[in-house]
Design a protein around this ligand. Structure first.
Ligand SMILES: Cc1cc2nc3c(=O)[nH]c(=O)nc-3n(C[C@H](O)[C@H](O)[C@H](O)COP(=O)(O)OP(=O)(O)OC[C@H]3O[C@@H](n4cnc5c(N)ncnc54)[C@H](O)[C@@H]3O)c2cc1C
Length: 407
């Protein structure tokens, strides 16, 4: 068994495969700790960390606990508290610098007996009947071949198998860009709101994330279409400071603050794939589809797919001929991805702004939406999961009518 990549998808998959008694290794292109974006987890992640035996190791790191998410538009504030959610599940999680988080998971998986070859990138894969031969190259230039009965591709943005076998498909979301940095945050507000992830509606098309960490630093990022960023000239740092100065939520708090991680730009990250599995391989995490950062769903999907894929691979390799990859993997994953797809679409067309900042919204609806924001997007008893797009559009219409009547 070979797992490509030691991010959350790879380490969750590896830990579950090891629990099932399989022989495996991970190859990882980079040296850990390494930076990757994706710092706000959803409570659904806790189920997977727990099942993979990784929860205690993460708890010991003292990461910033996350109990909800705050949305802000000018003076309007909407607070979603995971304790209020409809689906029975975890009501908290963490906000994590990913370098430390991913290294914690990888070290723990190694302790459980899974070897990780770092600085070793996959350069070629040949699939044969019942096995595959993967060529990997170490940073020192040495190459070797790894024979495996099955490959879990958890290579994230590297998208090893999709790129090698022409499985990439463009996303139907427009190209968006993110501009972000880690900043020292001595003026962090007191109370619970100071530590809570905040999503700020900057303009209808542009939003800002503010993700405080327990180490006193805060991750701040602007997301919008590339045109928005054209107005900011000069170095990345100069542009980023100019952006911070344009919003009331960030201007005072981060004025003159030290930038601890250089301002970074990522563009055109949304992508999808023609299929999620094939003979001898399964794609997980960002090697499958990545939608958008706005609801912090990326790591949740990485873990959900890593866990689900590992269970199916273990059954398959133990000779269970009943594994139904289409229904048990693709349909399962697409159920969650398509739910979030609706929420992302309705965020950018303003429908969710209308819902979040409505003056009156029924608490039971809010609790059901809260479960989606917590990552519980497989609970078909939740109408805001089962009929995700229809429920959002209908609710926004009703809110619009009520607000018209009250003005
Ligand atoms: C702007 C932005 C903000 C985001 N914010 C959030 C957020 O707040 N919350 C959230 O949950 N998600 C967020 N995401 C998404 C998140 O970054 C990803 O969904 C998540 O990191 C995917 O995990 P993964 O395990 O699939 O891949 P990764 O974490 O990318 O790990 C893949 C690993 O594979 C390795 N690899 C790559 N190629 C090879 C190769 N050839 N050989 C060997 N190894 C290889 C890489 O080095 C890497 O370590 C955000 C994304 C963007 C673009």
């Amino acid at each position: 068994m070979l797992v490509i990549g030691a991010g959350p998808a790879g380490t969750i998959a590896a830990s579950i495969l090891k629990q099932q008694g399989l022989n495996l290794k991970i190859v990882e292109k980079q040296k850990f700790p390494r930076f990757v974006i994706g710092e706000s987890l959803l409570p659904r992640c806790m189920d997977h960390l727990d099942a993979a035996g990784l929860l205690d190791a993460v708890k010991a790191q003292g990461f910033q606990e996350k109990f909800g998410a705050l949305f802000v538009r000018g003076d309007e504030v909407c607070d979603y508290l995971f304790a209020d959610q409809f689906t029975k599940g975890w009501n908290w999680t963490w906000q994590v610098p990913r370098a430390q988080f991913d290294k914690t998971l990888a070290d723990e998986v190694e302790k459980k007996g899974v070897p990780i070859d770092y600085q070793t990138g996959v350069t070629d894969i040949k699939f044969h009947d019942g096995y595959s031969l993967t060529t990997v190259e170490h940073i020192d230039g040495s190459k070797k071949e790894i024979e495996a009965k099955f490959i879990v591709d958890a290579s994230g943005y590297g998208r090893v198998i999709p790129r090698m076998f022409n499985l990439d498909e463009p996303s139907n979301f427009p190209v968006r860009k993110a501009f972000f940095a880690h900043i020292k945050d001595p003026k962090r507000p007191g109370g619970v709101n100071g530590n809570r992830i905040t999503v700020v509606v900057h303009t209808k098309d542009v939003w800002i994330w503010i993700i405080p960490f327990s180490n006193g630093n805060t991750s701040v990022g602007f997301v919008g279409t590339p045109e928005f960023f054209e107005q900011f000239k000069g170095t990345d740092e100069k542009s980023f400071r100019a952006m911070l100065a344009t919003d009331a939520t960030t201007s005072d708090r981060f004025k003159d603050a030290d930038i601890v991680f250089p301002s970074t730009v990522i563009e055109g990250y949304a992508i999808r794939t023609k299929k999620l599995y094939g003979d001898g391989f399964v794609l997980t995490g960002n090697a499958t589809e990545f939608l958008d950062p706005v609801f912090s769903s990326g790591v949740t999907f990485a873990m959900e797919s890593g866990h689900t894929a590992a269970d199916l691979v273990a059954r398959h390799l133990k000779g269970d001929g009943t594994v139904d990859w289409h229904n048990e993997y693709t349909v399962h994953m697409m159920q969650g991805i398509n739910t979030f797809r609706s929420y992302v679409s309705r965020w950018y067309d303003g429908t969710l702004h209308d819902i979040f900042f409505a003056r009156n919204i029924r608490q039971d609806f809010k609790n059901q939406i809260c479960s989606v924001l917590a990552g519980y997007v497989w609970d078909l008893n939740n109408p805001f999961v089962k009929k995700h797009d229809t429920m959002l559009q209908t609710l926004a219409k009703v809110i619009g009518i009520n607000e018209q009547q009250n003005t």
